[in-house]
Design a protein around this ligand. Structure first.
Ligand SMILES: [Zn+2]
Length: 500
């Protein structure tokens, strides 16, 4: 661990904000050359350092250690730190390492330092290593997504950019957006009819990938249920409708303006109260769920025709939402999901946005097909958004089995094997907030202990594994997927960060 910390301290003296990796790249190049390791850069600045195999290990499969050389550069408002030239001021406090008034850059400095420490350890018996250092990860994964085929040769790739000790990530979902567009037919509203705003609010919301299995209430879907029940009891018409906030957020709030007959006002209030009580009983895990109906002071200028109102309400009721399939291979893993993300009115049309996720390409196609079929039935159009591929977990992976075995041997406990139902590359909101609060910190005890770094053991055992074509095949898939960098696209939401 001291070795890793020593390298980390060296790295922390070198400016390396995303997009400004010149100095760290020069440092890494010199580091490699002074040790006699071949190093090359690609057109965007990604570096590959080749560390020859230990004697007798030349036949063992090459292992790629991936990390990124840039960091998130944030500082406190009163800080005069200049990220372009100043070294970070590291602070050791007990088991914790932080930086004075700036982000620490442990993401991914800790991974970079670990890779270098392994490469220059004279005791370590290892196969050929390829240290892959990408640029510009934090502002949009542009380095990883620009990697050309053949830049590295290894088919076993270990990414060192995880943030939790004892967690092995072996897969992630792919995603796609789809927008359904229904033309709306408006007509003048009768001046005598009152307008009410019906609103569903106070839901927890959450990330549409990470929280989808919790069956949280979706405000858009609940509003659709209310409208369907109300329509069955009275001849209402929609004047306006809106819900949700972003493609990757479970909607917390949705509202519709309804025009009803004066004779139905009492019934409307009573029915909404009854339906609200029913929803609260059903959604006990949504303690702040609220349904309100309020008379508006102004009259509606325009309303949807009865026919269009019916079409909109039926469509909202029919669209799928939530967990659509659970994995048949991994207990408890969401395989495929759909988030009914937003409802908007734009240019005389209704736009419904859906976020589709699946670890399997076929899962995405299935959901996209369902939306297209619904659109055809409703007379609506479909706009296919861009997507990114998933990374299908391989539970039979030899690398996984060995990593698990090494971990168990070192820590006498089970590692967490994680497959996330979101695009990798993006951090969770909490982690991002931590960074933006300059709260990024590294626990010393979470760095590999001095005696037996898990990476060292693993690399050693991979070296001893010799050549195994079947194993290489399986690892090929992992390497390919990681090279594609799950979720390397359209992660510009939330300030260009990439868990989509
Ligand atoms: Zn990172």
């Amino acid at each position: 661990m001291q070795k890793i910390l020593g390298i980390f301290e060296q790295i922390s003296r070198i400016p390396r904000c995303s997009g400004q990796e010149g100095k760290i790249s020069a440092f890494l190049t010199e580091w490699a050359q002074t040790r006699g390791f071949a190093v090359r850069a690609d057109a965007v600045g990604n570096l590959l350092i080749s560390v020859p195999a230990s004697p007798g290990q030349q036949q063992a499969p090459v292992v790629v250690l991936q990390c990124h050389m840039d960091m998130v550069c944030e500082k406190t408002p009163d800080s005069s730190h200049d990220f372009a030239v100043d070294p970070l001021q590291l602070i050791y406090e007990g088991d914790w390492l932080t930086a004075a008034n700036t982000t620490l850059g442990a993401d991914n400095g800790a991974g970079l330092a670990t890779a270098l420490a392994l490469a220059e350890d004279p005791e370590l018996v290892h196969p050929q290593l390829e240290i892959l250092c990408t640029v510009d990860e934090e502002s949009g994964l542009t380095g990883a997504s620009s990697l050309a085929a053949g830049f590295f040769t290894g088919r076993i790739l270990i990414n060192l950019d995880s943030e939790d000790e004892g967690v092995f990530t072996i897969g992630c979902a792919g995603g796609r957006h789809i927008e359904l567009i229904l033309p709306l037919h408006h007509e003048p509203a009768p001046a005598s009819d009152p307008v009410y705003e019906l609103r569903v609010h106070g839901l927890q919301g959450g990330h549409s990938g990470i929280n989808i299995h919790e069956q949280r209430g979706n405000a858009n879907a609940l509003l659709a249920r209310l409208l369907t029940r109300l329509r069955a009891a009275m001849p209402l018409r929609l004047a306006a409708i809106e819900g949700g906030s972003a493609h990757n957020a479970i909607p917390r709030d949705a509202a519709a303006s309804l025009v009803v007959l004066p004779a139905d006002e009492v019934l409307l209030a009573a029915l909404v109260a009854e339906l609200a009580a029913g929803l609260r009983a059903e959604y006990r895990h949504e303690p702040h769920l609220a349904v309100s109906v309020q008379k508006k002071a102004e009259h509606a200028g325009w309303v949807l025709s009865r026919e269009t109102t019916a079409r909109v309400c039926d469509l909202l009721m029919a669209v799928p939402d939530g967990v659509m399939a659970m994995s048949k291979e991994v207990a408890g893993l969401v395989d495929t999901s759909m988030n009914f993300a937003t409802i908007r009115e734009q240019d005389g049309a209704l736009s419904l946005l859906f976020s589709l996720r699946s670890v399997r390409p076929a899962g995405i196609e299935w959901l996209a097909g369902r939306i297209a079929a619904l659109a055809a039935l409703a007379g609506a159009g479909v706009r296919q958004g861009n997507g990114y591929p998933g990374w299908q977990p391989d539970m039979q992976s030899e690398l996984l089995a060995r990593a698990r075995q090494v971990y168990q041997g070192l820590f006498r406990s089970e590692p967490v094997i994680q497959i996330i139902h979101a695009g990798l590359g993006q951090k969770t909101e909490r982690q991002e907030n931590d960074k933006n609060d300059q709260q990024e910190r590294q626990q010393r005890s979470q760095l590999p202990p001095a005696a037996e770094p898990p990476g060292q053991k693993l690399i050693q055992r991979l070296g001893q594994g010799g050549k195994d074509p079947g194993q290489q095949d399986r690892h090929q898939k992992i390497a390919d997927h990681v090279q594609e960098n799950c979720g390397n696209e359209e992660n510009q939401q939330q300030q260009g960060r990439s868990v989509d």
